[in-house]
Design a protein around this ligand. Structure first.
Ligand code: HEC
Length: 202
């Protein structure tokens, strides 16, 4: 009985020692952080609420449609892959894989960069081959290794076959007779991406 209580005391002492050491290192870390003054912080500024040129016509209807399309797996050959598969919005806008997997489960040759703040970049893709997010969005849907749709026309006919989409396209592109077009798919997804701007300074 006495022996066990001694052991217990010893254990408690060791724990206390560990805690002391831990607190000490914590303090060291705290001391290593740099305090920025309000003036210094001004250099960084905040990001704009959306990344769009001034003459760009943004509307909530356009963004709502873009969000739906961003999560739409029926725009892929296998019917189970959307933009969000590789650029998960709940996963920092990417898939966390070294190489993304296409709709057939085969790796594509590159890693998926985050879509957050992508609209602010001067060019899209690792090699800058698309000029803006509207042009960019039309790429992966038709890329054989990604969403693998055979053509823009095929995407349009899939979307036209889903009756729920028409009112959303009409609201997003008012005044157009036949608003479900492949270009408009790109425009809507692009608009949604232009709102994927993180609020922080960094
Ligand atoms: C199979 C996985 C996959 C799918 C699905 C996919 N992407 Fe990507 N995405 C990638 C990869 C990989 C890259 C980098 C390719 C490159 O640089 O050539 C990329 C690049 C991008 C970029 C460029 C970002 C930058 O910093 O340059 C944007 C924006 C983007 N994708 C948006 C989309 C949208 C919108 C969709 C849906 C229409 C989509 N992606 C579907 C894997 C995917």
């Amino acid at each position: 009985m006495r022996r066990t209580s001694h052991l217990f005391l010893l254990a408690a002492l060791i724990c206390a020692l560990f805690l002391l050491v831990a607190c000490d290192t914590q303090q060291e870390i705290a001391q290593a952080t740099v305090e920025l003054t309000a003036d210094q912080l001004k250099i960084f500024g905040t990001l704009a609420e959306e990344a769009a040129p001034a003459d760009y016509e943004m509307s909530d209807d356009l963004i709502d449609l873009g969000r739906m399309l961003y999560f739409e797996p029926r725009m892929s050959a296998s019917g189970n892959m959307s933009c969000n598969t590789c650029h998960g919005l709940n996963n920092y806008g990417m898939d966390g894989l070294r190489f993304s997997l296409g709709h057939t489960g085969n790796p594509v040759g590159r890693n998926s960069p985050s879509v957050y703040n992508a609209a602010l970049h001067v060019a899209q893709f690792w090699d800058g081959r698309a000029a803006n997010v509207e042009e960019q969005a039309k790429g992966p849907i038709l890329a054989s290794g990604e969403m693998g749709m055979p053509s823009g026309d095929e995407v349009v006919s899939v979307l036209k076959s889903i009756s729920g989409y028409l009112p959303y396209f009409e609201a997003a592109f008012p005044g157009e007779d036949d608003p479900i077009t492949y270009d408009n798919v790109g425009t809507a997804i692009g608009a949604f991406e232009r709102r994927l701007v993180t609020p922080g300074r960094f």
